[in-house]
Ligand binder design. Structure first.
Ligand code: NAD
Ligand code: G6P
Ligand code: MN
Ligand code: MN
Length: 428
Protein backbone atom coordinates (compact mmCIF):
# COMPACT_ATOMS: atom_id res chain seq x y z
CA UNK A 1 0.00 0.00 0.00
CA UNK A 2 0.97 3.63 -0.50
CA UNK A 3 1.91 6.25 2.04
CA UNK A 4 0.65 9.78 1.43
CA UNK A 5 1.59 12.89 3.40
CA UNK A 6 -0.58 16.00 3.10
CA UNK A 7 1.13 19.14 4.39
CA UNK A 8 -1.49 21.64 5.48
CA UNK A 9 -3.87 18.79 6.30
CA UNK A 10 -6.21 21.06 8.29
CA UNK A 11 -7.36 22.66 5.04
CA UNK A 12 -11.11 22.61 4.48
CA UNK A 13 -10.33 21.04 1.07
CA UNK A 14 -8.99 17.83 2.68
CA UNK A 15 -12.35 15.93 2.48
CA UNK A 16 -12.05 16.30 -1.32
CA UNK A 17 -8.81 14.38 -1.28
CA UNK A 18 -10.15 11.74 1.06
CA UNK A 19 -13.19 11.25 -1.18
CA UNK A 20 -10.83 10.74 -4.13
CA UNK A 21 -8.68 8.22 -2.27
CA UNK A 22 -11.79 6.25 -1.40
CA UNK A 23 -13.28 6.38 -4.90
CA UNK A 24 -10.08 5.33 -6.65
CA UNK A 25 -8.78 2.90 -4.05
CA UNK A 26 -8.47 0.08 -6.61
CA UNK A 27 -6.06 2.06 -8.79
CA UNK A 28 -4.39 3.92 -5.95
CA UNK A 29 -4.28 1.67 -2.90
CA UNK A 30 -3.53 4.10 -0.07
CA UNK A 31 -2.57 2.35 3.14
CA UNK A 32 -1.45 5.35 5.21
CA UNK A 33 -2.74 8.91 4.96
CA UNK A 34 -0.80 11.38 7.11
CA UNK A 35 -2.40 14.77 7.60
CA UNK A 36 0.19 17.28 8.83
CA UNK A 37 -0.38 20.71 10.27
CA UNK A 38 1.26 23.18 12.64
CA UNK A 39 0.20 23.95 16.21
CA UNK A 40 -1.81 26.96 15.08
CA UNK A 41 -3.77 24.70 12.72
CA UNK A 42 -4.41 21.85 15.18
CA UNK A 43 -8.01 22.81 15.83
CA UNK A 44 -8.82 22.59 12.12
CA UNK A 45 -6.70 19.46 11.69
CA UNK A 46 -8.65 17.66 14.39
CA UNK A 47 -12.05 18.53 12.95
CA UNK A 48 -11.08 17.70 9.36
CA UNK A 49 -9.11 14.66 10.44
CA UNK A 50 -12.01 13.20 12.36
CA UNK A 51 -14.28 13.69 9.35
CA UNK A 52 -11.62 11.96 7.23
CA UNK A 53 -11.65 9.04 9.66
CA UNK A 54 -15.45 8.77 9.51
CA UNK A 55 -15.38 8.87 5.69
CA UNK A 56 -12.82 6.07 5.61
CA UNK A 57 -14.68 4.05 8.21
CA UNK A 58 -17.89 4.31 6.16
CA UNK A 59 -16.01 3.11 3.07
CA UNK A 60 -14.78 0.00 4.88
CA UNK A 61 -11.35 0.37 3.23
CA UNK A 62 -8.13 -0.42 5.12
CA UNK A 63 -6.79 3.16 5.01
CA UNK A 64 -5.12 4.43 8.19
CA UNK A 65 -5.59 8.15 8.85
CA UNK A 66 -2.90 9.79 11.00
CA UNK A 67 -3.09 13.35 12.32
CA UNK A 68 0.20 14.92 13.34
CA UNK A 69 2.34 18.03 13.77
CA UNK A 70 5.44 15.90 13.18
CA UNK A 71 6.16 16.66 9.56
CA UNK A 72 9.28 14.51 9.36
CA UNK A 73 7.49 11.45 10.66
CA UNK A 74 4.75 11.99 8.10
CA UNK A 75 7.17 12.47 5.21
CA UNK A 76 9.48 9.54 6.05
CA UNK A 77 9.06 6.88 3.38
CA UNK A 78 6.11 8.61 1.71
CA UNK A 79 5.27 7.77 -1.91
CA UNK A 80 3.45 11.07 -2.47
CA UNK A 81 3.61 14.34 -0.60
CA UNK A 82 0.95 16.88 -1.37
CA UNK A 83 1.13 20.44 -0.06
CA UNK A 84 -1.83 22.72 0.53
CA UNK A 85 -0.66 25.14 3.18
CA UNK A 86 -1.28 28.79 3.84
CA UNK A 87 1.66 30.45 5.54
CA UNK A 88 0.22 33.31 7.62
CA UNK A 89 -3.33 31.96 7.33
CA UNK A 90 -6.27 33.99 6.01
CA UNK A 91 -5.20 37.13 7.89
CA UNK A 92 -2.08 37.35 5.71
CA UNK A 93 -4.24 36.76 2.64
CA UNK A 94 -6.51 39.60 3.75
CA UNK A 95 -3.50 41.93 3.89
CA UNK A 96 -2.32 40.76 0.44
CA UNK A 97 -5.74 41.67 -0.88
CA UNK A 98 -6.19 44.98 0.94
CA UNK A 99 -2.80 46.76 0.94
CA UNK A 100 -2.46 47.08 -2.88
CA UNK A 101 -5.93 48.67 -3.05
CA UNK A 102 -4.58 51.64 -1.05
CA UNK A 103 -2.23 52.28 -3.98
CA UNK A 104 -4.91 51.83 -6.62
CA UNK A 105 -3.49 48.41 -7.54
CA UNK A 106 -5.32 45.06 -7.86
CA UNK A 107 -5.37 43.19 -4.53
CA UNK A 108 -5.45 39.46 -5.23
CA UNK A 109 -4.00 36.42 -3.47
CA UNK A 110 -2.05 35.02 -6.43
CA UNK A 111 -1.99 37.82 -9.02
CA UNK A 112 0.01 41.03 -8.58
CA UNK A 113 1.67 42.30 -5.37
CA UNK A 114 -0.50 40.05 -3.16
CA UNK A 115 0.73 36.98 -5.01
CA UNK A 116 4.29 38.22 -4.68
CA UNK A 117 3.93 38.52 -0.90
CA UNK A 118 2.40 35.05 -0.71
CA UNK A 119 5.41 33.77 -2.66
CA UNK A 120 7.88 35.50 -0.31
CA UNK A 121 6.19 33.94 2.73
CA UNK A 122 5.67 30.51 1.21
CA UNK A 123 8.73 29.58 -0.87
CA UNK A 124 11.17 29.27 2.08
CA UNK A 125 8.73 27.03 3.97
CA UNK A 126 8.21 24.79 0.93
CA UNK A 127 11.97 24.54 0.39
CA UNK A 128 12.28 23.46 4.01
CA UNK A 129 9.68 20.76 3.35
CA UNK A 130 11.82 19.74 0.37
CA UNK A 131 14.89 19.35 2.60
CA UNK A 132 12.88 16.83 4.63
CA UNK A 133 11.76 15.00 1.48
CA UNK A 134 15.31 14.88 0.10
CA UNK A 135 16.42 13.28 3.34
CA UNK A 136 13.48 11.08 4.27
CA UNK A 137 11.62 10.24 1.05
CA UNK A 138 13.96 10.90 -1.88
CA UNK A 139 11.80 8.92 -4.31
CA UNK A 140 8.54 10.63 -3.40
CA UNK A 141 6.59 12.77 -5.83
CA UNK A 142 5.71 16.19 -4.48
CA UNK A 143 2.39 17.50 -5.76
CA UNK A 144 2.29 21.19 -5.02
CA UNK A 145 -1.02 23.01 -4.75
CA UNK A 146 0.31 25.73 -2.50
CA UNK A 147 -0.15 29.07 -4.21
CA UNK A 148 1.20 30.85 -6.07
CA UNK A 149 1.54 27.30 -7.39
CA UNK A 150 3.54 28.12 -10.53
CA UNK A 151 6.13 30.18 -8.66
CA UNK A 152 6.38 27.76 -5.74
CA UNK A 153 6.85 24.85 -8.16
CA UNK A 154 9.53 26.74 -10.08
CA UNK A 155 11.40 27.48 -6.82
CA UNK A 156 11.28 23.78 -5.90
CA UNK A 157 12.51 22.70 -9.34
CA UNK A 158 15.38 25.21 -9.18
CA UNK A 159 16.40 24.99 -5.55
CA UNK A 160 15.81 21.36 -4.55
CA UNK A 161 16.30 17.82 -5.83
CA UNK A 162 12.71 16.82 -5.18
CA UNK A 163 10.59 15.45 -8.02
CA UNK A 164 7.82 18.03 -8.02
CA UNK A 165 4.77 18.90 -10.11
CA UNK A 166 2.55 21.95 -9.70
CA UNK A 167 -1.21 21.65 -9.86
CA UNK A 168 -4.22 23.91 -10.25
CA UNK A 169 -7.92 23.15 -10.34
CA UNK A 170 -8.61 25.66 -13.13
CA UNK A 171 -7.83 23.36 -16.11
CA UNK A 172 -10.19 20.70 -14.72
CA UNK A 173 -12.73 23.48 -14.16
CA UNK A 174 -12.62 24.34 -17.88
CA UNK A 175 -13.14 20.69 -18.81
CA UNK A 176 -16.05 20.37 -16.35
CA UNK A 177 -17.73 23.51 -17.65
CA UNK A 178 -17.27 22.37 -21.27
CA UNK A 179 -18.60 18.93 -20.40
CA UNK A 180 -21.74 20.50 -18.91
CA UNK A 181 -22.19 22.88 -21.85
CA UNK A 182 -22.05 20.12 -24.47
CA UNK A 183 -23.45 17.35 -22.29
CA UNK A 184 -20.55 14.99 -23.01
CA UNK A 185 -18.23 13.09 -20.70
CA UNK A 186 -15.00 14.93 -19.78
CA UNK A 187 -12.87 12.30 -21.52
CA UNK A 188 -14.49 13.22 -24.86
CA UNK A 189 -12.99 16.72 -24.60
CA UNK A 190 -9.49 17.81 -25.53
CA UNK A 191 -8.36 21.31 -24.54
CA UNK A 192 -4.89 22.71 -25.18
CA UNK A 193 -3.45 25.09 -22.60
CA UNK A 194 -0.50 27.44 -22.98
CA UNK A 195 0.95 29.86 -20.45
CA UNK A 196 1.71 30.07 -16.76
CA UNK A 197 -0.28 29.13 -13.68
CA UNK A 198 -3.24 31.53 -13.39
CA UNK A 199 -2.08 33.07 -16.68
CA UNK A 200 -3.02 30.56 -19.34
CA UNK A 201 -4.83 30.68 -22.65
CA UNK A 202 -6.83 27.80 -24.14
CA UNK A 203 -6.05 27.57 -27.82
CA UNK A 204 -8.02 24.49 -28.80
CA UNK A 205 -11.21 22.84 -27.62
CA UNK A 206 -12.24 19.65 -29.39
CA UNK A 207 -15.50 18.04 -28.27
CA UNK A 208 -15.84 14.51 -29.61
CA UNK A 209 -13.42 15.47 -32.35
CA UNK A 210 -15.24 18.67 -33.34
CA UNK A 211 -13.47 22.01 -33.09
CA UNK A 212 -15.59 24.13 -30.72
CA UNK A 213 -13.17 26.98 -30.07
CA UNK A 214 -15.02 29.62 -32.12
CA UNK A 215 -18.33 28.62 -30.59
CA UNK A 216 -16.86 28.90 -27.11
CA UNK A 217 -15.26 32.24 -27.93
CA UNK A 218 -18.70 33.55 -28.88
CA UNK A 219 -19.79 33.03 -25.27
CA UNK A 220 -18.57 36.18 -23.52
CA UNK A 221 -19.05 34.72 -20.03
CA UNK A 222 -15.93 32.62 -20.64
CA UNK A 223 -15.10 30.12 -17.94
CA UNK A 224 -14.99 31.00 -14.29
CA UNK A 225 -14.63 30.08 -10.62
CA UNK A 226 -16.38 31.47 -7.56
CA UNK A 227 -13.31 33.38 -6.30
CA UNK A 228 -12.96 35.72 -9.31
CA UNK A 229 -15.79 38.18 -10.09
CA UNK A 230 -17.81 37.07 -13.12
CA UNK A 231 -17.30 39.94 -15.56
CA UNK A 232 -18.09 39.43 -19.24
CA UNK A 233 -15.47 39.61 -21.94
CA UNK A 234 -15.72 42.02 -24.84
CA UNK A 235 -16.96 39.93 -27.81
CA UNK A 236 -14.67 41.52 -30.38
CA UNK A 237 -11.67 41.19 -28.12
CA UNK A 238 -12.36 37.53 -27.44
CA UNK A 239 -12.88 36.67 -31.11
CA UNK A 240 -9.74 38.44 -32.27
CA UNK A 241 -7.65 37.00 -29.41
CA UNK A 242 -8.49 33.56 -30.77
CA UNK A 243 -8.03 31.80 -27.41
CA UNK A 244 -10.04 31.46 -24.20
CA UNK A 245 -8.31 33.41 -21.43
CA UNK A 246 -7.94 32.20 -17.84
CA UNK A 247 -10.38 33.98 -15.52
CA UNK A 248 -7.31 35.43 -13.78
CA UNK A 249 -6.48 37.26 -17.02
CA UNK A 250 -9.41 39.56 -16.27
CA UNK A 251 -7.08 41.34 -13.83
CA UNK A 252 -4.76 42.18 -16.73
CA UNK A 253 -7.23 42.73 -19.56
CA UNK A 254 -9.91 44.59 -17.56
CA UNK A 255 -7.79 46.09 -14.78
CA UNK A 256 -9.89 49.22 -14.26
CA UNK A 257 -13.22 47.41 -14.00
CA UNK A 258 -11.79 44.66 -11.79
CA UNK A 259 -10.26 47.26 -9.49
CA UNK A 260 -13.60 49.02 -9.21
CA UNK A 261 -15.24 45.68 -8.46
CA UNK A 262 -12.72 45.02 -5.68
CA UNK A 263 -13.21 48.46 -4.15
CA UNK A 264 -16.98 47.91 -4.20
CA UNK A 265 -16.78 44.47 -2.62
CA UNK A 266 -14.71 45.83 0.26
CA UNK A 267 -17.73 48.00 1.09
CA UNK A 268 -20.25 45.17 0.78
CA UNK A 269 -19.16 41.60 1.61
CA UNK A 270 -15.49 42.32 2.32
CA UNK A 271 -12.49 41.02 0.39
CA UNK A 272 -12.21 37.37 -0.63
CA UNK A 273 -10.29 36.48 2.55
CA UNK A 274 -13.26 37.67 4.61
CA UNK A 275 -15.74 35.80 2.43
CA UNK A 276 -13.62 32.65 2.74
CA UNK A 277 -13.49 33.05 6.52
CA UNK A 278 -17.29 32.89 6.58
CA UNK A 279 -17.45 29.93 4.17
CA UNK A 280 -14.83 28.13 6.27
CA UNK A 281 -16.74 28.73 9.50
CA UNK A 282 -19.81 27.20 7.87
CA UNK A 283 -17.83 24.23 6.54
CA UNK A 284 -16.10 23.49 9.83
CA UNK A 285 -19.42 23.56 11.63
CA UNK A 286 -20.69 20.91 9.20
CA UNK A 287 -17.45 18.89 9.44
CA UNK A 288 -17.80 18.84 13.21
CA UNK A 289 -21.13 17.00 13.04
CA UNK A 290 -20.41 13.37 14.00
CA UNK A 291 -23.23 12.26 11.67
CA UNK A 292 -21.47 13.69 8.62
CA UNK A 293 -19.59 10.94 6.77
CA UNK A 294 -19.21 12.42 3.26
CA UNK A 295 -17.78 15.50 1.60
CA UNK A 296 -20.50 18.17 1.86
CA UNK A 297 -21.82 19.95 -1.24
CA UNK A 298 -21.06 23.34 0.39
CA UNK A 299 -17.35 22.83 -0.35
CA UNK A 300 -18.15 23.91 -3.90
CA UNK A 301 -18.36 27.52 -2.63
CA UNK A 302 -14.56 27.51 -2.55
CA UNK A 303 -12.69 28.66 -5.66
CA UNK A 304 -10.59 25.52 -5.62
CA UNK A 305 -13.61 23.21 -5.85
CA UNK A 306 -12.75 19.78 -7.32
CA UNK A 307 -9.02 20.39 -6.98
CA UNK A 308 -8.62 16.90 -5.55
CA UNK A 309 -9.58 15.45 -8.90
CA UNK A 310 -6.43 16.97 -10.29
CA UNK A 311 -4.39 15.53 -7.42
CA UNK A 312 -5.86 12.05 -7.57
CA UNK A 313 -5.71 11.88 -11.37
CA UNK A 314 -2.03 12.74 -11.22
CA UNK A 315 -1.19 10.26 -8.45
CA UNK A 316 -3.12 7.50 -10.24
CA UNK A 317 -1.31 8.12 -13.50
CA UNK A 318 2.15 8.34 -11.91
CA UNK A 319 1.53 5.21 -9.88
CA UNK A 320 0.14 3.16 -12.76
CA UNK A 321 2.07 4.73 -15.64
CA UNK A 322 -1.08 5.33 -17.67
CA UNK A 323 0.52 7.83 -20.12
CA UNK A 324 -2.62 9.97 -20.24
CA UNK A 325 -2.68 13.74 -20.79
CA UNK A 326 -3.07 16.28 -17.97
CA UNK A 327 -2.50 20.02 -17.66
CA UNK A 328 0.36 20.54 -15.21
CA UNK A 329 3.00 22.99 -14.03
CA UNK A 330 6.39 21.73 -15.15
CA UNK A 331 9.79 23.02 -16.23
CA UNK A 332 9.62 24.65 -19.66
CA UNK A 333 12.72 23.07 -21.22
CA UNK A 334 12.06 24.62 -24.60
CA UNK A 335 8.32 24.01 -24.82
CA UNK A 336 7.55 27.76 -24.93
CA UNK A 337 10.50 28.87 -27.01
CA UNK A 338 10.73 32.45 -25.74
CA UNK A 339 10.80 31.54 -22.03
CA UNK A 340 13.81 30.25 -20.05
CA UNK A 341 14.27 26.47 -19.81
CA UNK A 342 13.91 26.50 -16.02
CA UNK A 343 10.69 28.55 -16.01
CA UNK A 344 7.59 26.72 -14.77
CA UNK A 345 4.81 26.69 -17.34
CA UNK A 346 1.25 25.34 -17.34
CA UNK A 347 0.75 23.08 -20.34
CA UNK A 348 -0.58 19.69 -21.36
CA UNK A 349 1.71 16.81 -20.49
CA UNK A 350 1.78 13.07 -21.01
CA UNK A 351 2.02 11.57 -17.54
CA UNK A 352 4.46 8.67 -17.68
CA UNK A 353 5.60 6.58 -14.75
CA UNK A 354 8.78 8.67 -14.78
CA UNK A 355 6.88 11.93 -14.66
CA UNK A 356 5.14 14.39 -16.96
CA UNK A 357 6.48 15.14 -20.44
CA UNK A 358 5.18 18.43 -21.89
CA UNK A 359 3.56 18.10 -25.31
CA UNK A 360 4.67 20.36 -28.14
CA UNK A 361 2.31 23.32 -28.55
CA UNK A 362 0.22 23.59 -31.67
CA UNK A 363 -0.55 27.31 -31.18
CA UNK A 364 0.62 30.33 -29.21
CA UNK A 365 -1.63 33.40 -29.56
CA UNK A 366 0.69 36.15 -30.82
CA UNK A 367 -0.84 38.81 -28.60
CA UNK A 368 -0.21 36.67 -25.48
CA UNK A 369 3.55 36.47 -25.91
CA UNK A 370 4.41 39.81 -24.31
CA UNK A 371 2.28 39.35 -21.20
CA UNK A 372 3.53 35.82 -20.65
CA UNK A 373 7.09 37.02 -20.89
CA UNK A 374 6.54 40.03 -18.64
CA UNK A 375 4.83 38.03 -15.89
CA UNK A 376 7.49 35.32 -16.06
CA UNK A 377 10.18 37.99 -15.66
CA UNK A 378 8.43 39.27 -12.52
CA UNK A 379 8.02 35.69 -11.25
CA UNK A 380 11.68 34.82 -11.67
CA UNK A 381 12.79 37.99 -9.88
CA UNK A 382 10.31 37.37 -7.05
CA UNK A 383 11.35 33.72 -6.65
CA UNK A 384 15.00 34.72 -6.31
CA UNK A 385 14.00 37.50 -3.89
CA UNK A 386 12.12 34.93 -1.78
CA UNK A 387 15.14 32.63 -1.64
CA UNK A 388 17.79 35.28 -1.01
CA UNK A 389 15.92 38.05 0.83
CA UNK A 390 17.55 40.50 -1.56
CA UNK A 391 15.77 43.87 -1.48
CA UNK A 392 16.99 44.89 -4.91
CA UNK A 393 15.44 41.78 -6.47
CA UNK A 394 12.19 42.43 -4.61
CA UNK A 395 12.10 46.01 -5.94
CA UNK A 396 12.77 44.79 -9.47
CA UNK A 397 10.06 42.13 -9.20
CA UNK A 398 7.46 44.56 -7.91
CA UNK A 399 8.36 47.33 -10.37
CA UNK A 400 8.26 44.97 -13.36
CA UNK A 401 4.87 43.49 -12.53
CA UNK A 402 2.54 44.67 -15.31
CA UNK A 403 -0.14 45.67 -12.77
CA UNK A 404 2.16 48.04 -10.85
CA UNK A 405 2.06 51.56 -12.32
CA UNK A 406 5.41 53.06 -11.25
CA UNK A 407 8.67 52.58 -9.43
CA UNK A 408 7.50 54.97 -6.73
CA UNK A 409 4.34 52.98 -6.04
CA UNK A 410 6.31 49.73 -6.28
CA UNK A 411 8.78 50.74 -3.56
CA UNK A 412 6.18 52.27 -1.23
CA UNK A 413 3.87 49.30 -1.57
CA UNK A 414 6.73 46.84 -1.14
CA UNK A 415 7.84 48.51 2.08
CA UNK A 416 4.28 48.59 3.37
CA UNK A 417 3.80 44.90 2.57
CA UNK A 418 7.20 43.80 3.89
CA UNK A 419 6.40 45.53 7.16
CA UNK A 420 2.93 43.93 7.37
CA UNK A 421 4.46 40.49 6.71
CA UNK A 422 7.65 40.74 8.74
CA UNK A 423 6.62 37.95 11.11
CA UNK A 424 6.67 35.56 8.12
CA UNK A 425 9.70 36.93 6.26
CA UNK A 426 12.81 35.98 8.24
CA UNK A 427 14.88 36.18 5.04
CA UNK A 428 14.38 39.98 4.73
P1 NAD B 1 -6.00 27.13 4.78
O1 NAD B 1 -6.01 28.54 5.19
O2 NAD B 1 -7.10 26.25 5.23
O3 NAD B 1 -4.60 26.49 5.18
C1 NAD B 1 -4.40 25.09 5.16
C2 NAD B 1 -3.59 24.69 6.37
O4 NAD B 1 -2.22 25.09 6.23
C3 NAD B 1 -4.07 25.33 7.68
O5 NAD B 1 -4.70 24.35 8.47
C4 NAD B 1 -2.82 25.90 8.27
O6 NAD B 1 -2.72 25.71 9.67
C5 NAD B 1 -1.74 25.15 7.52
N1 NAD B 1 -0.40 25.74 7.58
C6 NAD B 1 -0.04 27.03 7.66
N2 NAD B 1 1.29 27.15 7.71
C7 NAD B 1 1.79 25.89 7.64
C8 NAD B 1 3.09 25.34 7.66
N3 NAD B 1 4.16 26.13 7.76
N4 NAD B 1 3.23 23.99 7.58
C9 NAD B 1 2.14 23.18 7.50
N5 NAD B 1 0.89 23.65 7.47
C10 NAD B 1 0.72 24.98 7.55
O7 NAD B 1 -5.81 27.12 3.23
P2 NAD B 1 -6.71 26.59 2.02
O8 NAD B 1 -7.70 27.61 1.70
O9 NAD B 1 -7.12 25.21 2.24
O10 NAD B 1 -5.59 26.61 0.92
C11 NAD B 1 -4.35 25.98 1.14
C12 NAD B 1 -3.36 26.35 0.07
O11 NAD B 1 -3.71 25.75 -1.15
C13 NAD B 1 -3.27 27.84 -0.21
O12 NAD B 1 -1.94 28.20 -0.49
C14 NAD B 1 -4.15 28.01 -1.42
O13 NAD B 1 -3.81 29.14 -2.16
C15 NAD B 1 -3.86 26.73 -2.15
N6 NAD B 1 -4.86 26.26 -3.12
C16 NAD B 1 -4.42 26.08 -4.38
C17 NAD B 1 -5.24 25.59 -5.34
C18 NAD B 1 -4.70 25.45 -6.73
O14 NAD B 1 -5.42 25.58 -7.70
N7 NAD B 1 -3.38 25.24 -6.86
C19 NAD B 1 -6.57 25.26 -5.03
C20 NAD B 1 -7.00 25.43 -3.72
C21 NAD B 1 -6.12 25.92 -2.76
C1 G6P C 1 -9.12 28.74 -7.77
C2 G6P C 1 -7.64 28.72 -8.02
C3 G6P C 1 -6.91 28.31 -6.77
C4 G6P C 1 -7.26 29.21 -5.63
C5 G6P C 1 -8.75 29.23 -5.42
C6 G6P C 1 -9.14 30.26 -4.38
O1 G6P C 1 -9.74 29.34 -8.86
O2 G6P C 1 -7.28 27.87 -9.07
O3 G6P C 1 -5.53 28.33 -7.04
O4 G6P C 1 -6.62 28.78 -4.45
O5 G6P C 1 -9.44 29.50 -6.60
O6 G6P C 1 -10.37 29.95 -3.85
P1 G6P C 1 -10.88 30.61 -2.50
O7 G6P C 1 -12.16 29.95 -2.20
O8 G6P C 1 -9.79 30.35 -1.48
O9 G6P C 1 -11.00 32.07 -2.79
MN1 MN D 1 13.72 21.21 8.46
MN1 MN E 1 -5.04 27.56 -9.04
Amino acid sequence: GLKIAVIGGGSSYTPELVEGFIRYYNELPVRELWLVDIDAGLHKLNIVGNLAKRMVEKSGLPIEVHLTTDRRKAIAGADFVSTQMRVGMLDARGRDESIPLKYGVIGQETTGPGGMMKALRTIPVLLDVCRDIEELAPNAWLLNFTNPAGMVTEAILKYSNVRSIGLCNAPIGLIKQTSAKYNVEPDRIYAEFVGLNHLHWITRVDVEGEDKLDEMLADTTGYSATNVPAREWDPEFLKSLGAIPSYYLKYFYMTDAMLEEQLDSVKTGGNRAEVVKRVEAELFELYNDPELKDKPKQLEQRGGAFYSEAAINLMRSLHNGTNDIQTLNVANKGTIDFLPDDASIEVNCVVTKNGPLPLPLTKIPRSAVGLMHAVKTYEQLAIDAAVTGDRGLAIQAMAHHPLVPSVEVAIQMLDDMLEANKEYLPQF
